[in-house]
Design a protein around this ligand. Structure first.
Ligand SMILES: [Zn+2]
Length: 271
């Protein structure tokens, strides 16, 4: 599943190139998770102003209205001057004067949705519940620790929930907790200030590093130029059950939390 760093890498891959482009045609394939919510032909003639990201949504600002794009479980975008003929899994093509933006999504959990502005009910429904951006100025230690204190659930689950801070997906949650030396099963409310400080820094560092390296090598993800990154190859705990901890040599453990796999070192993350 594309996580925040992959979505940010995707954005960086085409945002500059599509800015200022005029929309010439919009073609839809099979139904995606949500409907476009506007007649595709109504978008023709509009201009793309730029591309922002909020959580795992890409916001494509037009001179009138915006498109909210989500990659779902298996979506990937490409942007090229001369794309091949649409294939079975290409479900959204936006032809512009600068090139064609194409969503390929075999499992079709992704979506492209039109909204008049960010205060439109549909946009509020999709974006309204999102926590602060981990890489932005809004991610403050004080508020983060206060939020942790109010939550009784295991810290890994609190990170994944996305209402305190967005974009800390399954891989990055395990990695950040290892970096901070915190056991993934610990109740969030029991995390002390020094440990909250370490976790806050770890979340930022892990995600920033992943963006820098071009996202992870998740099996369904390919970035805008069809190449995948290599963050996962350097994972310290994720996917390494039974292998020696890179710090202390103890075998990495794998457990299940809320149907998802969690990896941790029982020595480096004692409690
Ligand atoms: Zn260890």
């Amino acid at each position: 599943m594309p996580e925040l760093p992959e979505v940010e890498v995707t954005r960086l891959g085409f945002a500059d190139r599509i800015a200022g482009a005029r929309i010439e045609a919009v073609r839809m394939g099979k139904p995606l998770r949500w409907a476009l919510a506007v007649d595709p032909s109504a978008l023709v003639g509009r201009t793309v102003l730029g591309v922002r990201r909020r959580g795992k949504y890409l916001l494509i600002d037009l001179d009138e209205g915006l498109l909210l794009l989500h990659l779902g479980m298996s979506g990937s975008l490409s942007f090229s001057r001369d794309p091949p003929v649409s294939g079975t899994h290409d479900h959204f093509d936006m032809v512009t004067s600068h090139g064609t933006l194409r969503l390929n999504d075999p499992r079709r959990f992704g979506a492209v949705v039109y909204a008049q502005d960010e205060s439109a009910p549909l946009a509020v429904k999709l974006l309204g519940g999102l926590g602060v951006e981990p890489l932005g100025d809004g991610f403050e230690l004080e508020a983060f620790h206060a939020g942790l204190k109010r939550r009784q659930a295991a810290i890994k689950q609190v990170l994944l929930a996305g209402d305190l801070v967005v974009g800390v997906g399954n891989i990055y949650a395990s990695e950040a907790l290892f970096m901070a030396g915190i056991r993934p099963t610990l109740a969030a409310s029991r995390i002390s200030r020094p440990r909250a400080t370490r976790l806050h820094a770890a979340v930022r560092e892990i995600l920033a590093r992943a963006v820098e390296r071009g996202g992870s090598t998740l099996r369904d993800f390919s970035n805008i130029d069809g190449q995948s990154g290599y963050f996962q190859l350097e994972a310290t705990v994720y996917g390494r059950a039974g292998e020696p901890c890179r710090v202390c040599g103890t075998a990495i453990r794998q457990i299940r939390q809320g149907q998802r796999s969690t990896f941790f070192c029982p020595i480096c993350q004692k409690y």
